[in-house]
Design a protein around this ligand. Structure first.
Ligand code: BGC
Length: 737
């Protein structure tokens, strides 16, 4: 058993509010060491130092899980950091779940603050195992002998930022307090160590550093620095000011239409770094928080503002980059880059809706609609497996799934398209990486959600409940109805569950009978003469994508979808739920040119509208910013929301033509089916699959197209080009048409 299970949770004996406190232990090592291993975790977030040097390069540890059920711990090899006399020091702040919640999330007194399990305190736990060369061993564990101090970090709050006082002197005058469970009353039981679990996914790290590109004065006279990219992380800066001078910076995403600082869309999030100078030049960066921003506005800066003194540090979960896409249209390439940046910024340990305002939550629907695109760009296998485990831990007894994961313990659940993340996300992970384990691990959770829909359905149809529907669609007065979406997802999730169950060798006849009953009822209620009675792009796209239409129905629903696109002037009207499926529903059913029309369209509403308007990430709304530069709205307007970035899946699967074969998950057999368009001269894409590199490229030639396909070792592929279908083996192959 890992040593950390023998340690005690400890904390500051004095209430620290939002300040970070430090815990320290001195000890000596008087024999030659063979190996020293340090394990640590916190309720909150921690930074560890041994003999003045930072331990590990991961940030925001221990990461965000459903702390009611588990808290991750990290393991570090510190053999080379030890000497005869040692000082181990941890600083602890509130982190994701412990900081006060804004009013709309129930206010400061809700959520974590009243959590049954951990009470109101942050806490820290660590175990250092010393293995000596002579074969003996020793441990240093957190307990009441550790000493505690306040720190220069006077405030650390995920939404509001960080305040650091460089003049502050730490004094370890007080012993730390061992902390006990708080189940709403007194308890003499230590915080449960059984909740500790090894880190499951890649930690969050500092991944990129971007220099400031411009320092300027706004028309209103503010001094602003532009980093040229909407990003997630913080700013590292060097500053020198008189002792006690208070300087600050506000991080924000966009300028308003007049070029002034715009912070309204951050809502209550203060996103501010405040720094009290100590008279010397120092380099500082926040350690317990992050921001979504492109710009910073400086207040009371004590010296001339020089761009070289400011660097944006980009953080995200340290996943391996696997997918690349490029074509001859620079705006489409920028769009793809925007998707990549959206993924980086919203894959900070948990898949979040947005990284900047007072939200940053693991909204299930957002994660679900972006999941497939995400699997192609970065290797998100462990990232999603961790999140899905928290999803199943937090799943309600009746199978319903809370809207945000990790749970906030107060939001409702059970919304169609959102709760379906329980089924769709594991399926996507399995499809892209061939990881059967995720299906084994998540099967009960997947079935739980389908059972919820089953038990809430009558005569095959699931009606009622609260739903977000096709969130942020542009259908005006006649959006896709909730009953339609509920039952489309019911069919889709059940079909994936059935396939999963069969893969695992289970009898799925109950679910198959349920599927047949729902499909019959669905046809009766939502289809007439082979067409969908809901006349929206989302309704048609989902019916085509979810695989429950017969060939004849597909033809007429595709024609209906094409009519809808053309009928409204050739633009999309889909919201979160319809968008991932729209282009493929068209291009796989005879309307390739129309799909490209939507991809290449510049006028609002379209993907390239945001690119033309300077977007460097994906916007929450098709019109987050209006053509005149004004904003859609102050209240809910993120400029870094990955949902519409789901278009990247079509770029890989259809424009480049690298497709999973359903029967051969993990790309063990690939279908290459690129779709050309005369407006593009070339397209190339690659995915570093679990078997090796899969790549597809096409380019225009004098008399047609030249195609190149790369099949990873040990894999096979089918190439489908106009008028030809060929089987190919591993290696690189060229074709012409
Ligand atoms: C989030 C969305 C989320 C939605 C649910 C919003 O506040 O930002 O992306 O899915 O709530 O309707």
């Amino acid at each position: 058993m890992d040593t950390i299970y023998n340690a005690r949770w400890i904390a500051s004996p004095l209430p620290c509010g939002e300040a970070a406190y430090a815990l320290e232990k001195t000890f000596s090592v008087d024999k030659p060491l063979r190996k020293a291993t340090l394990q640590a975790s916190a309720m909150g977030v921690y930074v560890l130092e041994l003999n003045g040097a930072r331990v590990g390069d991961q940030i925001l540890s221990p990461g965000w899980t459903d702390y009611r059920f588990r808290v991750q711990y990290q393991t570090y090899d510190v053999t080379d950091m030890l000497r005869a006399d040692n000082r181990l020091r941890a600083r602890v702040a509130k982190g994701w779940r412990m900081h006060p919640r804004p009013e709309w999330q129930g206010g400061p007194s809700r959520g974590w603050q009243e959590s049954r399990m951990f009470g109101t305190n942050t806490a820290f736990i660590a175990a250092l195992s010393l293995e000596y060369a002579d074969g003996t061993a020793e441990t240093v564990l957190t307990d009441g002998t550790w000493m505690c101090s306040q720190t220069g970090t006077r405030m650390a709050n995920m939404y509001n930022g960080e305040t650091f006082d460089a003049t502050f002197c730490e004094t370890f005058a007080q012993p730390a307090m061992e902390v006990y469970c708080d189940f709403g009353g007194k308890s003499d039981k230590p915080y449960p160590v059984r909740l500790l679990t090894p880190q499951q996914n890649e930690p969050v790290r500092e991944k990129l550093r971007l220099p400031a590109v411009r320092v300027f004065q706004t028309p209103q006279g503010d001094t602003v620095i532009d980093f040229g990219q909407n990003l997630v992380g913080y700013v590292e800066f060097s500053v020198c000011g008189e002792k006690g001078h208070k300087a600050s910076m506000r991080c924000f995403e966009v300028l308003d239409k007049d070029g002034n600082v715009y912070v309204e869309n951050l809502r209550s999030a203060q996103t501010t770094v405040t720094y009290y100078c100590d008279g010397t030049r120092r380099t500082f960066k926040p350690e317990f928080t992050f921001y979504g921003f492109q710009y910073i506005c400086l207040h009371d800066w004590p010296e001339d503002v020089k761009a070289e003194n400011f660097t944006a540090v980009v953080i995200f979960s340290d996943m391996k980059r696997i997918g690349h896409f490029e074509c001859s249209d620079k705006d489409v390439n920028r769009l793809f880059e925007n998707v990549v940046w959206g993924q980086r910024g919203n894959f900070v340990d948990v898949p979040t809706d947005c990284p900047q305002r007072d939200e940053r939550l693991g909204w299930t629907g957002d994660a679900q609609v972006f999941a497939r695109a995400a699997t192609y760009i970065y290797d998100v296998r462990l990232f999603f497996k961790k999140w899905l485990r928290d999803l199943s831990f937090g799943q309600f007894a009746d199978g319903s799934v809370e809207h945000v994961i990790p749970s906030l313990e107060w939001l409702d659940g059970g919304a169609c398209g959102w709760a379906d993340a329980a089924v769709i996300c594991p399926w996507e992970i399995y499809q892209t990486y061939g990881d059967r384990e995720v299906l084994v691990e998540q099967f009960a959770s997947m079935r739980g959600w389908v059972d919820y829909m089953r038990t809430h359905s009558t005569d095959g149809l699931w009606l009622g409940g609260d739903h977000f529907a096709d969130w942020l669609n542009l259908d005006g007065d006649a959006p896709t109805s909730k009953p339609y979406l509920q039952n489309a997802y019911f069919l889709y999730s059940n079909s994936l569950l059935i396939r999963t169950g069969k893969l695992l060798g289970l009898d799925m006849s109950v679910y198959e009978a349920c599927f047949d009953e729902t499909l019959a009822a669905f046809r009766k209620r939502f289809m007439r003469d082979g067409r969908i009675t809901e006349n929206t792009q989302t309704a048609c796209a989902e019916a085509l994508a979810f695989g429950f239409l017969n060939d004849e129905e597909k033809k007429s629903v595709a024609a209906q979808l094409a009519d809808l696109v053309r009928g409204c002037g050739g633009h999309l009207t889909t919201g979160f739920l319809g968008t991932p499926y729209l282009l493929r529903a068209l291009s796989d059913n005879g309307y390739v040119e129309l799909a490209y029309d939507l991809l290449l369209r510049h006028e609002f509403p379209s993907w390239l509208y945001s690119v033309d308007n300077g977007a460097t990430t994906i916007w929450e709304h098709w019109d987050s910013r209006n053509p005149d530069g004004s904003m859609w709205d102050a209240g809910m307007n993120s400029f870094n929301h990955y949902a519409y970035g789901s278009v990247a899946q079509w770029m890989f699967e259809c424009a480049a033509g690298i497709r999973h074969d359903d029967e051969h998950a993990g790309f063990s057999h690939i279908t290459f089916r690129p779709l050309t368009d005369k407006r593009l001269r070339y397209v190339k894409a690659s995915i570093d699959t679990v078997h090796g590199l899969a790549a597809a490229a096409w380019e225009e030639t004098a008399d047609g197209y030249l195609y190149t396909f790369t099949v990873p070792q040990g894999c096979t592929a089918t190439v489908i080009l106009p008028g030809q279908s060929t089987q190919i083996a591993a290696g690189t192959h060229t074709f012409r048409s």
